[in-house]
Design a protein around this ligand. Structure first.
Ligand code: FAD
Length: 373
């Protein structure tokens, strides 16, 4: 088989699908190659928080990028639903970063000050106010930082919506197809070797999450991304226990439709082992019960895990390979790949179109390494 496209995207996670959507929408012929099923890795495991202010607490390019991406969601949700009929579950009931100690309260108040100066909305709610808004949280808490604009989505549905929207714009998807190698020559990427044979394209995008270093290695570049396992569970409650997301050190509880709560997530660095452990899940259950005691009576639904892609400096890699033309990388989104997916798709498409010249702080040339292709 010899297949030729304008662009091949490797990886059917949220970032690969978002990029494919943007490219297909702009008229490119696109193929997405996924070794398993779409959204079966980190993107299907995510809790779906759009935690620009909850998760990203330092000023800098990632905070800016996250705020930009978060702002894209309302229009994106409408656009994807209109096109595909898929509801991405966008909700905006805010997040509470709770404090259990005076020290945590002081830190959160400083964060509120910084975010308010950055033009964002965040406010301190006292214990009494917290109890009025969320009467089922633990009485051991002393207050919380309330972030009204950090919403949430259904991460798997969003990935599928991007994929369907890309298909409706002509993109082809190949699931259960492994990319074994890149076809390189004259410092340029020409195609890929897959289980189905070679495929060729003007541009190749590697969006393979925590697995990205393996394909990029073929170009002589060591991509500093490591795997970080996260486990989660979901429970079902008879009556709604919380309206907003409750977020603390080491545990968050995200309310979904129909009384479902997602409780996450463990953090285990340097492993691709996706087994769900008793230790992981029991520690989350204990922490969740300390935050919202009523969870003890809820029905356990299921537990799962995913592998987050962590880059060494905490910033994703977005852009063209430093010495191999037409090879793009979009990987390393760690805990925020769902939040960052709309802006990631747009940025990679803009770079290919020449609408953006450079991805600034996310560019690959920040890797200090000798590269050959
Ligand atoms: C438990 C947990 C909770 C999370 N919660 C949130 C959250 O609330 N909000 C948020 O923003 N983020 C969250 N994240 C992070 C988010 O899930 C990731 O940052 C994001 O999913 C990364 O998406 P991706 O498309 O880059 O990678 P992935 O989703 O991992 O997709 C990469 C794809 O590439 C495929 N692939 C790999 N190698 C090959 C190959 N050789 N050939 C073909 N295909 C290949 C894989 O099979 C995979 O499907 C969470 C992550 C975890 C694990």
């Amino acid at each position: 088989m010899k297949k030729t496209y304008d662009a091949i995207v490797i990886g059917g996670g949220i970032n690969g699908c978002s990029i494919a959507y943007q490219l297909a929408k702009r008229g490119r012929s696109v193929a997405v190659i996924e070794k398993g099923r779409l959204a079966d890795k980190a993107s299907g495991a995510a809790a779906g928080m759009l935690g620009a202010q909850t998760e990203l607490t330092d000023d800098g390019p990632l905070f800016e990028f996250a705020r930009k991406s978060r702002a894209m969601f309302p229009e994106l949700a409408r656009e994807l639903e209109e096109l595909t009929g898929v509801h991405i579950g966008l909700q905006n009931r805010g997040m509470y970063r709770v404090a259990a100690t005076e020290k945590e309260a002081i830190e959160l108040k400083k964060l509120i000050e910084f975010q308010t100066k950055s033009g964002e909305t965040a406010k301190w709610v006292s214990f009494q106010e917290l109890m009025e808004q969320e009467p089922h949280v633990s009485s051991s808490l002393i207050g919380a930082m309330f972030i009204p604009n950090d919403g949430q989505v259904d991460a798997r549905e969003l990935t599928i919506a991007f994929a369907k929207a890309a298909m409706l714009n002509g993109a082809e998807f190949y699931e259960f197809t492994n990319v074994n190698d890149l076809i390189l020559g004259n410092e340029k990427a020409h195609g890929i070797q897959t289980d189905l044979g070679p495929m060729y394209a003007e541009s190749i995008v590697i969006a393979t999450g925590a697995w990205s270093p393996f394909l990029i290695e073929k170009t002589g570049l060591t991509l500093p991304i490591s795997p970080v396992k996260g486990e989660c569970l979901s429970v079902l409650t008879n009556k709604p226990l919380i309206k907003g997301t409750v977020f603390s050190h080491g545990c968050y509880i995200v309310p979904k439709k129909s009384g479902r709560l997602i409780i996450g997530a463990t953090v285990k660095p340097d492993t691709f082992d996706e087994r769900v452990t008793v230790d992981g899940i029991s520690s989350l259950m204990e922490k969740a019960k300390r935050l919202v005691p009523g969870i003890g009576e809820s029905e356990l639904e299921r537990a799962w895990s995913g592998i987050r892609p962590l880059s060494k400096d905490g910033l994703p890699f977005l852009g063209e390979h430093p010495s191999c033309r037409n090879l793009y990388i979009a990987a390393g989104h760690f805990r925020n790949g769902i939040l960052l997916s709309p802006a990631t798709g747009e940025l990679i498409a803009d770079l290919m179109d020449g609408k953006s010249k450079d991805s600034g702080p996310f560019r690959l040339s920040r890797i200090n390494s000798s590269v050959s292709a």
